[in-house]
Design a protein around this ligand. Structure first.
Ligand SMILES: [Zn+2]
Length: 442
């Protein structure tokens, strides 16, 4: 069998080392004129364009813009697309007023399939090629999501929400049923093609201790499976957890007790954290999802990025949109808001650190840093072409940029889905902004 080989030619960047631990400029790889060679969905060569490196018969495809690793969204709810931009509440009231009614519509498989189709396309339009996704309590919502992801061949991480209390009866399972349904979904999807399963208790208030223990058992029993939940997002939520679990030392300890804190654990938000919580995350390898648009929209608080990233005990952090609490699926929009959240703490988020969080840093947080998040030989060819001239205003502004760092920063402050020209998944151009038929299955 011969390999399918293609090559791309144009400007490119990749953040190849952790800029929170080293000088950011030393972590950035940038080529004004790069050649990226892809064979069977994997990058096989990446470097400055050299005519001698072009294989006969493999004419490089040229692009205008800046090639970058596909974005990784560490926390997002696809069933909440229909409640994004819902007015006037904080977390707990937002759940009962908007989210729980919306999630009930996913009992209908046709609705789930329609929303999953829209969600995948909007992710790709935003340049996101991997996401850690909450479905609903209905197993059919997971099947619909993974089925569509498999059609695009995207590497996605997702799971059925587990809730056995404090939600409308139509959204409740039980500890036993949640376990059985999750196990069946793991067998159907985990490691099938590029799909990966994530055990997904919504958050401590909607699961009994028995259900959290069952979730912990699923994680223990399945090598490579992920787990995700919410942590320390809002003060009223934290107080409620304290009342529900009086025997536990902290919110994080509720999850630790159930065996849910370890590598491949992704905790959404983690705003109101104690030093001991950060230390636990560092010691266990658990990761946090920084979701700035959501944290600002719901008024939840300001994530302490540089405390989390303290080089003395760095915690793995990815960037999440948290739609529908978040306000955009674009990670460029997340970076704009991340900059402002960090600025309010008296620090600054430069472009190299920002793009790290949205690409390789997210991959490291998921323990997939050996195959996702960079442009380098051996990495999966999930790529985007950014367009710094996406609008007349952006073209004007970026015309004044003197350095690649300045250009990236302008992109992260001004950019959105309009700045995504193309998205490649495993080397295939599944989205092209300027093509009549924008989306195409590989
Ligand atoms: Zn969330």
């Amino acid at each position: 069998m011969t390999a399918t080989t293609k090559a791309l030619r144009g400007a490119a960047i990749s953040i190849d080392a952790d800029p929170f631990l080293r000088e950011p400029r030393d972590c950035l790889t940038h080529h004004e004129d790069a050649l990226t060679v892809i064979s069977d969905g994997i990058v096989t060569a990446f470097g400055p364009y050299d005519p001698a490196a072009v294989r006969p018969g493999v004419e490089p495809e040229r692009y205008e813009g800046l090639l970058c690793p596909g974005f990784i969204d560490a926390h997002v709810h696809y069933p909440q697309m229909q409640v994004i931009g819902a007015y006037g509440t904080e977390l707990l009231e937002w759940l009962t007023t908007y989210t729980f009614p919306a999630e009930q519509s996913f009992a209908d498989d046709a609705h789930a399939a329609r929303v999953a189709g829209l969600f995948l396309r909007e992710l790709l339009r935003a340049g996101t090629t991997t996401a850690v996704v909450y479905c609903t309590v209905h197993p059919g919502s997971v099947d619909a999501f993974f089925a569509e992801s498999a059609r695009f061949n995207t590497r996605m991480i997702a799971g059925k929400v587990l809730m056995d209390r404090n939600a409308p009866p139509a959204l409740l399972d039980t500890a036993e049923r949640g376990y059985t349904e999750s196990r069946a979904l793991i067998e159907r999807w985990h490691g099938v093609g590029r799909q990966l399963y994530c055990v997904t208790p919504r958050f401590a208030p909607t699961s009994t201790e028995a259900q959290l223990d069952a979730a912990g058992a699923l994680v223990r029993e399945t090598p490579g499976v992920f787990t995700q939940t919410h942590l320390c997002e809002n003060r009223a939520e934290i107080e409620w957890v304290r009342e529900l679990f009086p025997a536990r030392e902290s919110y994080l300890d509720v999850y630790a007790h159930a065996g849910l804190v370890g590598p491949r654990s992704m905790f959404g938000h983690a705003i109101h954290m104690h030093e001991g919580d950060f230390q636990t995350c560092h010691d266990t390898g658990a990761a946090l999802a920084f979701c700035p648009t959501s944290n600002l929209f719901l008024g939840s608080g300001l994530f302490r990025l540089y405390d989390a990233m303290d080089p003395k005990r760095p915690v793995r952090v990815g960037l999440g949109t948290d739609v529908g609490g978040g306000t955009s699926l674009s990670q460029l929009r997340s970076l704009d808001e991340a900059y402002k959240v960090v600025a309010l703490s008296g620090a600054k988020l430069d472009a190299v650190r920002g793009f790290w969080l949205a690409t390789a840093g997210g991959a490291e947080a998921l323990r997939l840093g050996d195959r996702l998040g960079r442009i380098a030989p051996g990495y999966e060819a999930d790529l985007v072409v950014l367009d710094p001239k996406a609008t007349p205003f952006m073209a004007f502004r970026t015309g004044y940029c003197q350095s690649i760092e300045e250009l990236l920063f302008a992109l992260m402050i001004m950019g959105d889905d309009r700045a995504i020209r193309r998205t490649y998944v495993a080397g295939e151009r599944v989205y092209d902004r300027d093509r009549p038929e924008q989306f195409r299955y590989p």
